[in-house]
Design a protein around this ligand. Structure first.
Ligand SMILES: NC(=O)c1ccc[n+]([C@@H]2O[C@H](COP(=O)([O-])OP(=O)(O)OC[C@H]3O[C@@H](n4cnc5c(N)ncnc54)[C@H](OP(=O)(O)O)[C@@H]3O)[C@@H](O)[C@H]2O)c1
Length: 285
């Protein structure tokens, strides 16, 4: 591995925390808002020039999908998900640092029954996806060595940082503490993915024979939100009635892709999402 320092940006977020654990033996520099703002070009340049990292893992992002539909929210999404990564990638290119950047299944429209390959042209259906797609384009055009990893439906230990969103798993378990019955959308098929597994898969990718490029890394298999909820409660042994409802039962500002399964044509498959869920619930207990 690289001898120059390793930096994790967004280290107090959900995935950032697991990356910090998986790379702990390399004593990574853990940066969050207090250390860096990826939208501040001068600061990013200064911090990277001071440290001269060999590898930068960027998990800083704005993930508020519905809020990003408003003009105000979209302005934040563009700054954090598009301008920030562009700034960071340019600074990485200047320092000859490798950049790992994460993106989402929401860059795709969700209208292809076969799913999406790494080289399928994105066509986002909401403004969050649009901002992430702009970030993808910027990092890939930066001239830095970039691993662009698309993933979906993350679950893991909630991030410590204030903006980190609680995962669907933790949201469902919290709701079941106060309700006997839950209506859950039986649509929007995607692959739940453990942040612990994704962090390990990131390290394996960097240490393997594959070079920079676009990768799809999710746990295997896919499900609707309703199927995901049923499996969470079954495994957790929580008695709650779950009713499948159409997406129209919960009108939300952002349109979601109907079927956004990320096809992985390059790497060996990760374990099934239900096994990763079992590992998370055991660790959470
Ligand atoms: N969560 C999902 O289901 C999901 C699905 C697909 C793809 N992804 C992608 O996976 C990656 C990791 O997601 P996550 O859920 O782990 O994110 P997260 O928990 O929201 O963590 C993001 C971190 O970035 C920090 N951050 C935000 N803006 C920043 C800025 N301008 N400068 C520096 N740091 C900043 C946040 O700090 P504050 O809390 O202070 O804002 C937070 O610590 C992201 O690229 C995301 O788009 C996530």
């Amino acid at each position: 591995m690289n001898q120059r320092p390793l930096v994790i940006i967004g280290a107090a977020g959900m995935l950032g925390q697991d990356l910090a654990k998986v790379f702990a033996d390399q004593e990574p520099l853990l940066w969050d808002r207090d250390q860096i703002d990826i939208t501040d070009a001068e600061l990013v340049d200064q911090r990277l020039a001071e440290v001269r990292p060999g590898l930068v893992l960027n998990v800083a992002a704005y993930n508020q999908v519905d809020e990003a539909e408003s003009d105000e929210g979209f302005a934040i999404a563009r700054r954090v998900n598009a301008d920030g990564p562009a700034i960071l990638a340019a600074a990485c290119a200047r320092q000859a640092a490798t950049l790992v950047h994460y993106s989402t299944d929401y860059v795709f429209a969700g209208d292809q029954p076969a799913g999406y390959r790494e080289d399928t042209p994105p066509a986002p259906v909401n403004r969050y996806g649009e901002s992430k797609y702009s970030g993808e384009a910027a990092v890939l055009a930066s001239g830095a060595a970039v691993y662009l990893i698309r993933t979906s439906r993350l679950f893991g230990e909630p991030g410590e940082s204030p903006g980190s969103k609680k995962s669907f798993v933790d949201t469902m378990l919290a709701l079941a503490e106060t309700r006997d019955t839950l209506d859950v959308v039986d649509a929007e098929v995607s692959s739940p993915t453990s942040t612990a597994d994704l962090a390990t898969a990131t390290r394996q990718l960097l240490e393997g024979k594959f070079g920079p490029g676009v990768y799809h890394r999710t746990n295997s298999g896919a499900c609707t939100w309703y199927q995901f909820a049923c499996e969470i409660f079954r495994q957790a042994g929580v008695a709650v009635t779950v009713n499948p409802v159409p997406a129209s039962a919960f009108p939300r500002p952002a349109k979601r892709p109907d079927y956004s399964v990320l096809l992985n044509t390059k790497l060996s498959a990760m374990r099934p999402w239900s096994e990763a869920l079992a590992a998370y619930l055991e660790q959470r207990a």
